[in-house]
Design a binder for this molecule. Structure first.
Ligand code: SAH
Length: 348
């Protein structure tokens, strides 16, 4: 089944293809994916399509929650509380024995802040309230709250992660300033203009409706607030190119199934979405080379005795995740996967 729904404007018309493993066949959409309200305005054929999308979006949300409920403990045991790539100097060869990976994950946070222009004390002082959208077990939130002396709220779809994140905050005596809850990034339980820093570290790839995702990030940002999106993207399409090559799409589809991801978009797509909101200082970069040592290191860890035992104990989702890691490496090597950062500032 294929459906094309009229987009309200050309800027919201990025085509996102849902992954067939989430209850709907391949659908090409030209408007926000999960807006159930659209059923009232479309044709009978459109109604069917939108209902299928609502179902697939719900299935995706459930899949993401279950995936992180099951795998977060294993990740924390082996890699600690940051569930994101490390940032390395290009061409650095990092061996398993190096203690450099955790520092590289912290460096990812620091490099992201620097890229976004949070470079001096003056800028740091302005950050009093932070939202961590897709917070995992709260590694970024606790780090940012401590660094800025700020309040931080993290949201995740996984109840297990939210609980663990709150427990870790309590253990670090941060509960008065840092808290976590289960909430959807596409429908955030916060008033407009609340946060000086809107932080999304490797959660955007899970969002089935990038337009709505960006709208929510912009909505909750305070005037003058910064938005930082660090996320898995596919390569930018060249002029005249309408879609990725089938072999490229094939790699992404397999990754989507294991990691509970909807269709991917490019950094160019994010930039266009941000441009549609009159934001300032929109910047993006491709950090693929800086994260290249990461997945090989994760695989090496998984192949140790402790890694294998923990993996087997953790369950099928973790095992499937481990088996998919070589595809991430292949995707980067072949240039179809890009590790992107996109930042901007909301005008005062
Ligand atoms: N940012 C964290 C975790 C990245 S893992 C870190 O750097 O450690 C991806 C996270 O995105 C998970 O916590 C997952 O629950 C969250 N996520 C995915 N889709 C989401 C959604 N729609 N709403 C809220 N959180 C979401």
């Amino acid at each position: 089944m294929e459906a094309t729904l009229a987009a309200p404007s050309s800027l919201t018309s990025l085509p996102f293809r849902t992954n067939s493993s989430f209850g709907s066949p391949s659908l090409l959409f030209r408007s926000p994916l999960s807006s159930v309200s659209m059923t009232t305005t479309t044709t009978a054929r459109g109604n069917v399509a939108v209902a299928a999308v609502a179902t697939s979006t719900e299935a995706l949300r459930k899949g993401i929650a279950e995936f992180y409920n099951e795998t977060s403990g294993l990740w924390e045991d082996i890699w600690g509380d940051h569930m994101h790539h490390g940032f390395y100097d290009p061409d650095s060869s990092v061996q398993l024995s190096d203690s450099g990976h955790r520092e590289a994950q912290i460096r990812m946070i620091e490099e992201s802040l620097r890229f976004a222009g949070v470079t001096d004390e003056e800028e740091e002082k302005k950050i009093k309230k932070v939202v961590d959208v897709g917070c995992g077990i709260g590694g970024s939130s606790r780090y940012l709250a401590s660094k800025f002396g700020a309040e931080c709220i993290g949201i995740t779809l996984s109840p297990v992660q939210a609980k663990r994140a709150n427990d870790l905050a309590a253990a670090q005596s941060l509960s008065h300033r840092v808290s976590f809850q289960v909430a959807d990034a596409l429908d955030q339980p916060f008033e407009d203009g609340k946060f000086d820093l809107v932080w999304s570290m490797e959660s955007g790839e899970h969002m089935p409706d990038k337009d709505k995702f960006v709208k929510e990030l912009v909505r909750v940002a305070a005037p003058g607030g910064r938005i930082i999106i660090v996320t898995w993207c596919h390569r930018n399409l060249s002029a005249g190119e309408k879609a990725l090559q089938p072999w490229e799409q094939n790699i992404l589809d397999k990754i989507c199934k294991t990691f509970y991801l909807p269709a991917w978009c490019s950094t160019d797509d994010y930039v266009k979405l941000l441009q549609s909101h009159s934001l300032q200082d929109i910047k993006c970069a491709d950090w693929s080379e800086n994260v290249a040592p990461f997945w090989p290191a994760v695989i090496r860890t998984a192949l140790t005795w402790n890694g294998l035992v923990s993996l087997l104990r953790s369950g099928m989702k973790s095992i499937k995740g481990a088996l998919t890691m070589p595809l991430m490496i292949e995707g980067y090597k072949k240039g179809v996967i890009k590790f992107g950062i996109i930042t901007c500032q909301k005008p005062l």
